[in-house]
Design a protein. Structure first.
Length: 260
């Protein structure tokens, strides 16, 4: 089975990782310069560096669509592709499409028909309309698979970590180019400048380690999430596959297995 996953963030990467481990040929599609923050928990750096490793699974960037079938058939890595999405769909002819872009406030376009099975993750998807199936990503019904009807609406606040919820994030105050010399897992102190957007400094909101950090040089829009600090202070907790992405990925794998 060939599966095309949209979105190289921690959710999409966890889905790709789980399906690759299950024996699928897996492709991830995203923009050429994604503003992904949790890069230690994703394959996102493959877009910039040509390769990345997540929990012992390797991903490689594939720029020539003609070489994609061989790259997938070799079963040595997840393929990561940027560029025109519909061209990729035509070139790969996936058996399943999973939209894991997690565009929480945007109503997704109708994707039914782009593959024999389409699955949408998160708010605003409607099973039987926008995609064939929907998987809940909200903690209240995490991993529930819908065959009809809409997913839960976007909840107001993220789940707290060590007593900190939205206050552990930094959002871009302006549109511009994100600049940083810091790395995922670095220790930071509250008030310490960790990045800039053009000339505007961005400071750590609390003590901890960097769990999320948009890649240096990426253009970002105002209000984009660009920094996240983990108050637990353990660098090991900001790499690998997290609990929520793992549970979502498991539900996607079960849904695919039922539909085979």
């Amino acid at each position: 089975m060939c599966v095309l996953v949209r979105g190289v963030g921690d959710i999409g990467s966890a889905v790709a990782h789980r399906l690759f481990a299950a024996g699928c040929e897996v492709i991830i599609h995203d923009d050429p310069q994604p503003a992904t923050t949790r890069r230690g928990m994703a394959f996102a750096d493959a877009i910039f560096d040509g390769h990345a490793v997540l929990a012992d699974v390797r991903a490689i960037r594939v720029d020539d669509l003609a070489s994609l079938p061989k790259a997938l058939a070799d079963r040595t890595a997840v393929g990561v592709v940027v560029g025109n999405f519909l061209s990729l769909v035509r070139a790969s002819a996936p058996d399943a499409l999973v939209d894991a872009r997690m565009r929480k406030r945007n109503r997704p376009e109708v994707q039914r028909g782009l593959a024999p099975l389409t699955i949408g993750l998160g708010p605003n998807f409607v099973a039987g309309e926008t995609t064939d199936l929907v998987v809940e990503t909200s903690w209240e019904q995490l991993g529930r698979v819908l065959t009809r009807g809409a997913s839960l609406p976007l909840r107001g606040e993220p789940r707290a970590i060590a007593g900190h919820a939205r206050d552990r994030y930094v959002y871009a105050p302006i549109t511009g180019t994100f600049q940083t010399t810091r790395r995922i897992g670095d220790r930071v102190a509250a008030g310490e400048v960790v990045a800039r957007i053009d000339t505007v400094p961005l400071s750590a909101p609390l003590d901890g380690v960097l769990r999320g950090l948009t890649r240096d040089g990426v253009p970002v829009s105002a209000s984009t999430k660009v920094v996240e600090v983990d108050p637990r202070g353990d660098p090991d907790l900001v790499r690998g596959i997290g609990e929520r992405p793992a549970r979502i990925a498991e539900s996607v794998a079960r849904a695919l297995a039922r539909e085979r």
